[in-house]
Design a protein around this ligand. Structure first.
Ligand code: OGA
Ligand code: MN
Length: 306
C-alpha cells in the first residue's frame, strides 16, 4: 500500500498516513516504512488504535526491543517505558523522585545515549494527554551537523563524549551530587557519526553528555552546550502536540528530543514507549592524541570500548 507522507518541517519530520499499524504488514510495506522513517527521522502516525500488545508487536518490525529495568509501565510490561506521570495503580504519581526524573526529559536529549549499546528508534504512544502543554520537540542532528561552521566540524571530528543518565537527572533537578554521579555507570560515544539509516553525518549529543574525553570538565561541558544550543535553533526543530492514539517514531541516531511542561500534579499524561536496539553498536574511535588521558579501566565495567 502506498504510504502518504506529509512533511512537517523544511528538512525532516513527516506525518504518515495510509497505513494501518494494527494489521500485519507485507514485507514491502515494512521496507517502505523503515526507509521512510530513516529519511525523515521523526514520523507521526495519528489515530493508530494501537494497544500495548500491538504497539510492542509493531515495534518488533524495526528490531530487537530494549528491556526496561526501572520505569516500566505499571511496573510490569518489560518492553514499555513509562514516560507519563501515573503510578503503578494508574493514579497521578505523588513520588517526587519519579516526577523529577520525568522533568529531566524536558532537556534536549537522545534516548539511551548513556548505554554502550545505543538505541535507534523510540516509539512513543499517547494513551492519555493533558488538556494543555506536554508537547514533544524534536531536532534534526543531520541538518544541524551540515550547518556547523567548518572550523567546528574540524574541532569535533574524532572527539567522544561520556554520557550518563545520572548526570542528566542531576541537571534536571534530581537530588544527586557530582561525586555520586562519578560512581555510576556511563558510556562513551563519538560526537559525530554516520547515521546508518541515511548515510549522512550526524551529531550525537544531548543532556546525558557529561564530559568530552580528553578535555577539562568545564570546557567539555561548554562545548556540549554550544553544540546543543546550535543544533536546537528553530530551523532544526519541530514540535508535536499529542492526541490520544498518536504514535511518534523517532530515530535517536539522527535526532534529539525533549518534553515540555504541563500541570503534572493535576493532569494525567499516560505515554508509553518502546525502544529498538541499534545493532551492532558502532565502535568508539577515540582520537589517539587523548589516549594517555583516558583510563579505559574506569569504563570497561560498563562495556565501553577503549
Ligand atoms: C521519551 C521522552 C518526552 C515526552 O519518551 O523518551 O523523552 O514528551 N518523552 O514525553
Ligand atoms: Mn526521551
Amino acid at each position: 500500500m502506498p504510504l502518504e507522507v506529509t512533511k512537517l518541517g523544511t528538512g525532516f519530520g513527516a506525518e504518515i498516513s495510509g497505513i494501518d499499524l494494527t494489521t500485519p504488514l507485507t514485507p514491502q510495506d515494512e521496507a517502505e516504512l523503515v526507509s521512510t522513517i530513516a529519511t525523515y527521522g521523526v514520523c507521526v502516525f495519528r489515530h493508530t488504535g494501537l494497544t500495548d500488545a500491538s504497539h510492542v508487536w509493531f515495534s518488533r518490525i524495526l528490531g530487537n526491543l530494549w528491556t526496561v529495568n526501572g520505569g516500566r509501565v505499571r511496573k510490569r510490561l518489560p518492553q514499555l517505558f513509562d514516560a507519563g506521570n501515573l503510578d503503578p495503580d494508574g493514579q497521578i504519581t505523588t513520588d517526587e523522585g519519579v516526577r523529577a526524573r520525568r522533568r529531566g526529559d524536558r532537556q534536549w536529549h537522545t534516548d539511551s545515549s548513556f548505554t554502550k549499546e545505543r538505541t535507534s528508534w523510540s516509539l512513543l504512544l499517547a494513551h492519555e494527554v493533558p488538556s494543555s502543554g506536554g508537547d514533544t520537540w524534536f531536532a534534526d542532528m543531520r541538518e544541524a551537523y551540515d550547518a556547523l561552521p567548518e572550523a567546528m566540524k574540524l574541532r569535533i571530528e574524532g572527539l567522544a563524549a561520556e554520557h550518563s543518565y545520572f548526570h542528566s537527572r542531576m541537571t534536571g533537578g534530581a537530588q544527586l551530587t557530582e561525586a555520586e554521579v562519578d560512581k555510576m555507570p556511563s558510556a562513551i560515544h563519538p560526537l559525530v557519526h554516520v547515521h546508518p539509516g541515511s548515510g549522512r553525518k550526524s551529531l550525537y549529543i544531548g543532556s546525558h553528555g557529561r564530559r568530552i574525553v580528553g578535555m577539562e570538565q568545564e570546557a567539555g561541558r561548554a562545548l556540549l552546550r554550544e553544540l546543543i544550543d546550535f543544533a536546537t535553533q528553530p530551523q532544526f526543530v519541530i514540535r508535536h502536540s499529542w492526541s490520544v492514539g498518536d504514535l511518534v517514531v523517532w530515530d535517536n541516531l539522527c535526532t534529539m528530543h525533549r518534553g515540555s511542561d504541563y500541570d503534572d500534579r493535576n493532569e494525567r499524561r499516560d505515554m508509553r514507549r518502546t525502544t529498538v536496539m541499534a545493532s551492532p553498536p558502532p565502535p568508539v574511535m577515540l582520537d589517539p592524541r587523548f589516549a594517555d588521558r583516558f583510563d579505559p579501566g574506569r569504563f570497561a565495567a560498563f562495556g565501553a570500548a577503549a
